[in-house]
Design a protein. Structure first.
Length: 152
């Protein structure tokens, strides 16, 4: 961390283990977020502070419901936002990650899909898939239905 300008030098993913985030003292007792060598928060505020940011986290997750899957926040990114945007709140990254995982399950944001590879002899099978897509037709965004056929 560069103390001369007060601007952190880490990337978009937040601090690494042992680095401070905005206002945390060397022992982690003051506000802000700090990780110890194991990755856990060292101030011990824990669950008591988590209640203060639950609505903030829920707001982020509600917005993520409209976002494409690859653009949704992870628990770590939400924790980093809390450290940046709510420096008065001290909460462990693991507490945020566990809460985010539970809320994502409740909101249906983490449905897992299972794929089974299909293998056939050449020319013995055909497969047709139908799907909906959004397409711009004559300058207007419309729902279209597509068909995709493959043979093996």
């Amino acid at each position: 961390m560069n103390r001369s300008g007060g601007v952190p030098l880490w990337g978009r993913d937040g601090p690494r283990r042992g680095e401070e985030v905005r206002g945390a003292s060397a022992d982690g007792a003051a506000g802000g977020c700090k990780r110890d060598s194991t990755g856990a928060q060292s101030s011990g505020a824990g669950q008591a502070q988590a209640g203060a940011v639950k609505e903030f986290i829920d707001e982020i997750l509600r917005a993520d419901q409209q976002a494409p899957r690859k653009q949704r926040h992870t628990g770590h990114h939400i924790w980093a936002r809390i450290c940046r945007e709510r420096p008065e709140v001290t909460v462990a990254e693991s507490t945020v990650r566990h809460y985010v995982a539970r809320r994502k399950q409740e909101l249906g944001l983490v449905a897992r899909e299972t794929f089974v590879p299909q293998v056939y002899d050449w020319g013995s099978e055909a497969q047709v898939d139908w799907y909906e897509a959004l397409a711009e037709v004559m300058g207007e965004l419309r729902k279209v239905f597509r068909r995709c056929a493959t043979t093996t």
